[in-house]
Write a protein that binds this ligand. Structure first.
Ligand code: NAG
Length: 312
């Protein structure tokens, strides 16, 4: 026993997503395509919002910040997954594993808070339209984003400080294709029952609570929209259904990964892919394609770029 405790784990082994060569090829192409789409789509949103003065309202500033989080969240995971697809020895150093977990939770935490801020913005716009400009002033917008970052960092640090100090003496097989708290904690050579509860409470119950809060707020907003039916009804309805889709897509995997007590490898894989690959690529699509202002702004931007090209 003592001898086992003397060995210190300096690296972890990750799990492959698929086995056969054909499946690896398909997965490689799929992930590569999605990753390029995530980077281009989200950076396009960020650029459009930053460069177009018409879009300097809280709704679009929050959206651009959400896009940045999507880029961050998939950049911490997807390149690693892609480069691991064809390697048979998927080893990740202790440090990289810790860094990956930390950033997943910072970005994920901030994203969660941004979704709340976006719901609050829509609530104010639709349920208190007369006060919208007073409540959602630029200062408020900055305050919401700073708060999102502070809470996101606290959320990640509060789990990280426990995990970084755990003794790891092997086995070192994470049992997943990325590092995350619930899996890594199980590898510590001590009784981690209480710590697992902390992580479940911190990541799981918070995402569950936030999810229900958001769904209830959106139902409330939808009911208000219906009561004051006017010409804007269908426009508001589109915006809201886009938001609700984003919320469900982001939170369903979170809740499953952290709260569901019976981890199933295949479902785990599926849900993690949804959060790192599908949600980040869908966010630009659902927020942008249905949005006239965003489309107009992108057209203006492309015209500016085209005329700039002609000049040079
Ligand atoms: C994110 O929010 C901050 C604070 O409101 C804002 O200054 C910044 O431009 C936003 N980021 C993007 C990419 O729009």
């Amino acid at each position: 026993m003592d001898q086992v405790n003397d060995t210190v784990v300096t690296e972890f082994v990750l799990l492959g997503l698929v086995q056969s060569l054909g499946a690896r090829l398909v997965l490689f192409l799929f992930l590569l395509l999605f990753f390029v789409g995530i980077i281009l789509g989200n950076l396009l949103i960020v650029l459009t919002v930053l460069l177009d003065p018409h879009l300097h309202s809280p709704m679009y500033v929050l959206l651009a910040n959400l896009s940045l989080m999507d880029v961050g969240l998939s950049s911490t995971t997807v390149p690693r997954i892609i480069s691991d697809i064809f390697s048979d020895c998927k080893v990740i150093s202790f440090r990289s594993c810790m860094i990956q977990m930390f950033f997943i939770h910072v970005m994920g935490g901030v994203e969660m808070l941004l979704l709340i801020a976006m719901a609050y913005d829509r609530y104010t716009a639709i349920c208190k339209p007369l006060y919208y400009l007073t409540i959602m002033n630029p200062k408020m917008c900055v305050l919401l984003i700073v708060t999102a970052w502070v809470i996101g960092v606290i959320h990640a640090v509060s789990q990280f400080v426990f995990v970084i100090n755990l003794p790891f003496c092997g086995p070192n097989n994470v049992g997943s294709f990325y590092c995350d708290f619930p899996r890594v904690i199980k590898l510590a050579c001590m009784d981690t029952y209480r710590l697992e509860f902390v992580v479940t409470a911190n990541s799981g119950f918070i995402s569950m609570g936030t999810f229900f809060l958001l769904i209830v707020s959106y139902i409330f907003i939808l009911v208000t929209v219906r009561q004051n039916s006017s010409n804007d009804l269908s426009k508001a309805f589109f915006t809201l259904s886009a938001h609700i889709t984003a919320v469900v897509l982001f939170f369903a995997p979170c809740m499953f990964l952290y709260v569901w007590p019976f981890p199933t490898k295949s479902l785990d894989k599926f849900f993690a892919i949804v959060d790192f690959v599908v949600t980040p690529v869908l966010n630009p699509a659902i927020y942008t394609l249905r949005n006239k202002d965003m489309k107009l702004a992108m057209r203006r931007l492309s015209q500016q770029v085209a005329s700039f090209m002609e000049m040079t």
